[in-house]
Design a protein around this ligand. Structure first.
Ligand SMILES: C[S@@+](CC[C@H](N)C(=O)[O-])C[C@H]1O[C@@H](n2cnc3c(N)ncnc32)[C@H](O)[C@@H]1O
Length: 281
């Protein structure tokens, strides 16, 4: 832009207004990401761009640090490796059929049933299961399954697969909560510590599998992981669904920080990875 044009733009009122909007946006970014903004003087537009860059890169670099904690590395496997021979196992076909019948996408869009069949079969008879995320059909809620969804689909599939277990579900959408044979659902906002603690108070002490299929954001996932560390019995499982490759560094860090009696595996599944935690002792 030459000098004449620049002067003309400065003199146009809407161009000055657009500039004010940009400065307000930059200051908002700096306010919203205080932990990532350079703690230094400088123009807001430069500092806000640096804050966004830092937010994207810091976890990746901490992930590289986690790689130095050798004993705590995150093993990465595909679903068939996770349970050797799972695909040939009759139980896998049965779980697939139940998930499809009730309307869950866990086997159609993902191949999560290859992992879940083995986990469900390893649970002590009659032990309980908790899943965060029922599958709302309200399209205004983030993580909706769409207008035609059948809320409670995966809970019903798990209930039918485990003939004597109690199945607990929790969701932020009050409209879809329901109670039926061996299924109890309750309200939770998994981004709130208080709300997750209130859910915890309602659970029995034999929850052998916790599934996070809710909001799918790292902070919401962490609330469920922390719940799991508090309540998982020995040999219990926790599965966090739908992890995208861009978030893998975050989960490498989490794996490195898990207490010794927990071990983590990242399962490279169709349409999103699973972070699987097992309590070993
Ligand atoms: C992908 S759906 C679950 C699908 C279901 N598990 C199935 O397989 O049929 C995700 C659910 O997470 C819920 N959700 C979104 N934000 C949440 C939050 N902050 N706390 C709890 N649940 C939330 C949505 O209401 C939605 O029902």
């Amino acid at each position: 832009m030459n000098k004449q044009v620049r002067r003309a733009v400065r003199n146009v009122p809407f161009a000055r207004a657009a500039n004010r909007v940009r400065v307000r946006r930059d200051l908002k970014i700096l306010e919203a990401l205080p932990a990532y903004a350079p703690n230094s003087a400088g123009y807001p537009e430069v500092r806000s761009a640096m804050a966004l860059h830092a937010a994207n890169r810091s976890i990746e670099l901490v992930g590289q640090l986690a790689d130095h904690v050798e004993a705590r590395g995150l093993s990465v496997v595909d679903p068939v490796e996770f349970w050797a021979g799972a695909a040939d196992h009759g139980a896998v076909g049965r779980l697939d059929e139940l998930l499809r019948r009730h309307g869950s996408d866990k086997s159609t869009d993902h191949d999560y049933h290859l992992v879940y069949a083995g986990i469900l079969d390893s649970m002590p008879q009659g032990s309980s299961l908790l899943e965060i995320g029922l599958g709302t059909n309200d399209e205004s809620i983030v993580s909706t399954m769409g207008r035609l969804a059948r809320p409670g689909a995966s809970l019903r599939a798990f209930r039918d697969y485990l003939p004597t277990s109690a199945v607990f579900g929790a969701d932020i959408d009050r409209e879809i909560l329901f109670q039926e044979d061996r299924i109890t659902t309750t309200w939770v906002d998994q981004t709130s510590t208080e709300s997750v603690r209130a859910l915890e108070a309602q659970l029995p002490d034999d929850v052998h599998l916790i599934i996070d299929d809710g909001l799918h954001s790292p902070d919401a996932n962490m609330q469920v992981l922390l719940l799991g560390l508090r309540i998982m019995p020995v040999h219990g499982w926790l599965v966090i669904e739908d992890i995208i490759p861009a978030a893998q560094d975050f989960w490498r860090v989490v794996a490195a920080l898990l207490p010794n009696h927990f071990e983590a595996t990242l399962v490279r599944a169709k349409g999103g990875d699973l972070f699987v935690v097992r309590r070993t002792s």
